[in-house]
Design a protein around this ligand. Structure first.
Ligand SMILES: N[C@@H](CCC(=O)N[C@@H](CS)C(=O)NCC(=O)O)C(=O)O
Length: 208
């Protein structure tokens, strides 16, 4: 049985749960992180020395880093799955979105999310928020251009790239208090992925 450690309002946990849903993979989940704590306890740190969530336990195998977990789940349990195809160019094209999400998108969107969702309005630094928002808008605009003429991020098929970027997109479309520029290709793609059961079950909730 697979165990996933992590609270459900973490974007990095949501990606993993969504992937399990796509693979119709049973698992148990244990709350950890923020108000649930546990991720600073020795037993948790012995599994995951970063003290972050999620952590995956699959019998005697332990893995952390959400995107590594996604790849593992498909390779281990999704034989033939189009979520992460074996053809090198197709796989590398998906990998770049996974890498980009952690190296570029998350660092840019995190301060906006924290300011709008986890900071009371009177305590917000509005000048910094405006500048952070403009910085992340540049990235979503790039995605909007990329999605021109594409059904999903890597063409016709739904892949891990859509799960990963889709989970962050909720944090773009789901916040109030900012004026988003119109990004029609991105909006069409988002409404497409929002029909997936895994998105509805694990991502499509008010942000907290
Ligand atoms: N690169 C890591 C980032 C992990 C991470 O920063 N997780 C956040 C939640 S999204 C966390 O553990 N926050 C501390 C907490 O919840 O206590 C991954 O993708 O798994």
């Amino acid at each position: 049985m697979i165990t996933i450690w992590g609270r459900t309002n973490s974007v990095n946990v949501q990606k993993v749960l969504w992937c399990c849903d796509e693979l119709v993979l049973p698992y148990e989940r244990i709350d950890a992180g923020l108000q649930f704590g546990r991720n600073d306890e020795p037993a948790y740190l012995a599994m995951n020395p970063t003290g972050k969530i999620p952590t995956l336990v699959d019998d005697d195998f332990v893995l952390w880093e959400s995107n590594s977990i996604l790849r593992y789940l498909v390779l281990q349990y999704g034989e033939g799955s189009l979520l992460y195809p074996s053809e090198p160019k197709a796989r590398a094209s998906i990998d770049r979105w996974l890498d980009w999400s952690l190296s570029t998108l998350q660092p840019a969107e995190r301060p906006v999310f924290w300011a709008l969702v986890r900071t009371p309005a009177p305590a917000r630094d509005t000048a910094k928020l405006a500048s952070d928002f403009n910085a992340v808008a540049v990235l979503w605009r790039m995605l909007d251009t990329h999605l021109q003429g594409r059904f999903f991020l890597e063409g016709e098929k739904f892949t891990l790239a859509d799960i990963v970027i889709g989970a962050y997109a909720k944090r773009w479309f789901g916040v109030d208090g900012v004026e988003r520029p119109p990004l029609p290709n991105l909006e069409r793609w988002y409404s497409r992925i929002a029909t997936r059961t895994g998105f509805k079950k694990y991502v499509d909730f008010p942000l907290t």
